[in-house]
Design a binder for this molecule. Sequence first.
Ligand SMILES: [Zn+2]
Length: 202
Amino acid sequence: METIIACKICGLMQRMEALQPGTAAECCRCGSVISKHKVNSLGRTAAFSLAALILYIPANIYPILRLTRYGAYSESTVWDGCVRLFEDGQWLVAVIVFLASILIPLFKLLGLCFLVITTKFKSARRRQQRTWIYKIIEVIGPWAMLDVFLLAVLVALVKLEQIATVLPGPGLLAFTVVVALTILASASFDPKLIWEEPDKGS
Ligand SMILES: [Zn+2]
């Protein structure tokens, strides 16, 4: 089936045949890629999301930071950190950390799984809403990195003051891998598949 597509770079409208898996189409005027058919998009999105969902558990159960201060040793998980910030009256920071490191990653992963399952069964229902879910996941993508940066800043600050020794806990590794896998999962998903008609192959 032919479609008419506009180049995002130079704006030229052009007719395009349906692409074979693993191929891409270039603009005939400026040469930018105008459309891509990703190979096994659903399979890869499912694999990355599932791996991330599994690692989400140790990322939240195990401590992300181990702290030695004046000889006292303490460990804290992401949730402990939120609670402590809240108790210290830093409720705005507590809410940001809670959203960026606990709620949003989970929402993204569940959203991606939902998109994979409904697309796999070629559901024609609520396509607009599903496209919206995909757009939201894309927009909030970079914000999931936020607290890795926050942690790095925290560790640097504490080290500067020389009052405590901060070591990364096992949860931090799992946490970082979850962030990376989620980025790969959302990059693998091809939103055009949501709109593919059931009679055609994927
Ligand atoms: Zn162009």
